[in-house]
Design a protein around this ligand. Structure first.
Ligand code: HEM
Length: 137
């Protein structure tokens, strides 16, 4: 039995995200067939395939027992939460990079500006000395 991770497909699923969330963590083969998916949907399956599941551990959507269904739902919720946590950490580190850049870029611009000003002043001083030397000759 194949397992698919459709987390990134939730918002793009033509049949809506709700049906996928309800089927998450369970055997949704029947629902998939009943929805009358065409070849396009079948071809997309490869994209989301994550591995095989031992059929003896499967929970059907027609609910074997409330506890197993709840466990399956909980595990799929945990799975989604973990994914959100990973996204959150990635977001956090990229936000820290942006903050660092926001801090460094103005400092670099200021440094460059003051160096240019100092060069300009040195050049002006040099040309004054040069002019003075010429007038003394
Ligand atoms: C990896 C799993 C899935 C993929 C890649 C997928 C993909 C698609 C695609 C591409 C369509 C557009 C019609 C078509 O090309 O056939 C569609 C429609 C639909 N899907 Fe899925 N689907 C998946 C799982 C499911 C599941 C588990 C359910 C139900 C529990 C479901 C319910 C529906 C329904 C009801 C439609 C029809 C929407 C409409 O015509 O308004 N799908 N799906």
């Amino acid at each position: 039995m194949q397992a698919y991770n459709v987390t990134n497909f939730l918002n793009d699923h033509p049949g809506g995200k709700e049906v996928l969330l309800v089927a998450a963590g369970k055997d949704a083969s029947e629902e998939f067939e009943e929805a009358g998916h065409g070849s396009a949907a079948r071809l997309m399956l490869d994209e989301f395939y994550v591995g095989e599941i031992d059929p003896s551990t499967k929970t059907t959507t027609s609910s074997v027992s409330t506890t197993t269904t709840t466990t399956a739902t909980n595990s799929s919720i945990n799975f989604l939460e973990n994914h959100q946590k990973i996204d959150h950490y990635q977001d956090k580190s990229s936000r820290q990079n942006v903050k660092l850049l926001q801090f460094l870029v103005p400092i670099l611009i200021l440094g460059l500006g003051s160096t240019l000003l100092r060069w300009k002043k040195t050049l002006a001083d040099l040309s004054t000395v040069h002019d003075a030397q010429i007038s003394t000759l």
